[in-house]
Design a binder for this molecule. Structure first.
Ligand code: ADP
Ligand code: MG
Length: 270
């Protein structure tokens, strides 16, 4: 028989699906900031945060919400090369496709954008922008100088390098919006709401404040880590449910299982 922990486990498979978007305090605040920045005469907006803080889902949400009012496009991962990137951009700007294997003439593209000034305002969201090189960023900046194209640039913040300190990300007219790891409150609502959305009421109720505190402690409020942790917890529960059902009840998750998950994921060492 299928364990109901299986459904709970699958709720936490990491994905960026707008259907699953949850209005949390931090994501709402960042959303409002982004929306506000878009309204200002800025050329570049920077969304900054560690991997797993919800940047991609937030940008998808923004695109989805605004696409009926604005010209807004989301570029998920950087194109394999510059040629491909400018082809994609050309298509968005001119609403025409280039014949295969034709290269975009960059200065012609800049001139084209200059002519659009005051007529159209196109918002381009660049996710994973830490992967664009200095030369590309310089070209992106030149395009944004036309003021017909506005870029929202999303960057991963990592421990070992401070990306905004890099020259090509400096001296831009930035508005910086930062997404931080979730607070205890936000992470707890995230976990509960994700489960409730799939009608897993009993399982949602079985996760108590004490458990949520432990989970927040181990994952430090990072959504991606939280997904991994929840997935692993329910995977272990599923195992007991199928093989040793006397060791588990639907009323609460044994702390031991949370600790086993933390051990498996390397949050604690033996
Ligand atoms: N507000 C939110 N509502 C629903 N899911 C979220 C929210 N914020 C983050 N997530 C989830 O957390 C995980 C990491 O988010 P993601 O946008 O991929 O982060 P990043 O792009 O910063 O690495 C994804 O599974 C995403 O669906
Ligand atoms: Mg992302």
């Amino acid at each position: 028989m299928k364990s109901r922990y299986e459904s709970a486990k699958n709720v936490f498979i990491d994905s960026v699906d707008l259907e699953d978007y949850i209005e949390l305090e931090s994501s709402q605040a960042a959303y409002r900031q982004l929306e506000h920045s878009i309204g200002k005469p800025l050329k570049m907006i920077l969304l900054f945060g560690r991997p797993g803080t919800g940047k991609s889902i937030l940008l998808n949400r923004l695109q989805n919400k605004l696409e009926h009012q604005r010209e807004i496009h989301y570029f998920d991962t950087p194109a394999v090369n510059e040629k491909e990137f400018f082809q994609k951009l050309f298509k968005v700007l001119t609403k025409k496709s280039l014949p295969q294997n034709t290269e975009v003439n960059f200065s012609a593209l800049v001139n084209y954008c200059k002519k659009l000034r005051g007529k159209r305002e196109i918002i381009i969201i660049l996710d994973e922008a830490q992967m664009y090189g200095a030369e590309m960023m310089e070209k992106i900046r030149l395009l944004s100088d036309s003021r017909a194209v506005k870029f929202i640039v999303s960057l991963h913040k990592t421990d070992d390098e401070d990306l905004i300190a890099k020259e090509h990300f400096q001296s831009r007219i930035w508005e910086v919006v930062e997404l931080k790891n979730a607070s205890f409150q936000d992470q707890s609502s995230y976990i509960h709401k994700k489960l409730l959305k799939k009608n897993l009421f009993e399982i949602a109720n079985s996760i108590k404040v004490r458990d949520l505190k432990l989970i927040h402690k181990f994952t430090r409020g990072n959504f991606r880590e939280c997904n991994k942790m929840m997935y692993t917890i329910f995977e272990i529960c599923e195992y007991y449910d199928k093989n040793e059902p006397t060791k588990i009840t639907y009323e609460r998750i044994p702390v031991r299982i949370i600790e086993m998950a933390a051990l498996k994921l390397g949050y604690i060492n033996v």
